[in-house]
Design a protein around this ligand. Sequence first.
Ligand SMILES: *Cc1c(COP(=O)(O)O)cnc(C)c1O
Length: 388
Amino acid sequence: MHWEKSDRLKALPPYLFVEIDRAKRQAIAAGRDVINLGVGDPDRPTFGFIVEAMRKAVGDPATHCYPFDEGVPQFRQAAAAFMLKRYGVELDPTAEIITSIGSKDAIAHLPLAVVNPGEVVLIPRPGYPVYNSASVFAGAEPHYLNLTAEGNWQADIDAIDDEIARRARMIYVNYPNNPTAAGADLGWYEKLIAWARDNEIIVAADAAYNEVYFETPPPSILQVPGAKDVAVEFHSLSKTFNMTGWRIGWVAGNAEVIAALAAVKGNVDSGQFNAVQWAGVAALEGSEREEILQQRQLYQDRRDALCAGLAKLGYEVSTPAATFYVWCRCPDGIDSMTFAKRCLSEADVVFIPGIGFGPTGEGYFRAALTVEVERIDEAVERLGKISW
Ligand SMILES: *Cc1c(COP(=O)(O)O)cnc(C)c1O
């Protein structure tokens, strides 16, 4: 049989980290002491009270059948209660909230629900690669919004061409941001919502890092009056509760968009395992527990260690207010791929080159705060020995 990958798979950009991945695996296999600041996955286990809730739920045969496509009512109610308490946003848990299998599920399936082939999806760069893949899979035309440090890594809404705005069906935004760690305030969201309403464009806001913050809690785009006319927001339990492997999140906002997404998901999956949703209820109800607050402090200590260390070595780095990433300029004249390769080969330290998040990520690297302070200090010390 002769066959080839589908055109939609071929249309995805090449995976840029093949060489770095290979070099990393070889280094580890050779017994070298690799410090991995690459992966955006919490190093700590899921909190004990959530694991206990899961143990209990999985023992109850009532959880063993097909879940409701849109999620068990109690999880959606818990998400609604969380949105009200944390953001002051009122949502109808039956119409305006849906459970998702991690937020990636919803982020990836949304264009299939609301975008026709040939319509434009606006995609920020640098950014999470799934926004682009999801748009390509739906046959949409990606239009990239190139973000810059000077623009605070926020899209310049006023600069979006009228013709593009007319053809656009949807825009992705993500604050606090992966990879740049930039934030957005309510003023920026207000401007975005006003523009999206004028142009009848769906706003798909990725809030995966909204609960991973240091001093000031980031806002929800749904706090903007009228946001629900055009916006949905993706929330995830992955980063907040160290639950990346559990695959649980929710989407909140515009009821019609959520119903359309539910229709796609009804044909693709049958929802998340009920027991995981029950564990999610426990997580959301325990979101102000001491251990969650301690984890913010843990990331803050790591952030402070890394930012101070990099600054001391002369790197141009700004201190993030949220996320567990530090986004930093490469030394002058060194492209991000060369930087990452040399850090690995000369210092056994793994960073993600900015180019992996799109061309405007060039000249930067991303470090994840997912190792202990002592290891961060060690990584900085080794970095200091490389001469550029
Ligand atoms: C980690 C991450 C997600 C969430 O992934 P889950 O599917 O919820 O585990 C979404 N968006 C961004 C930008 C992320 O970094």
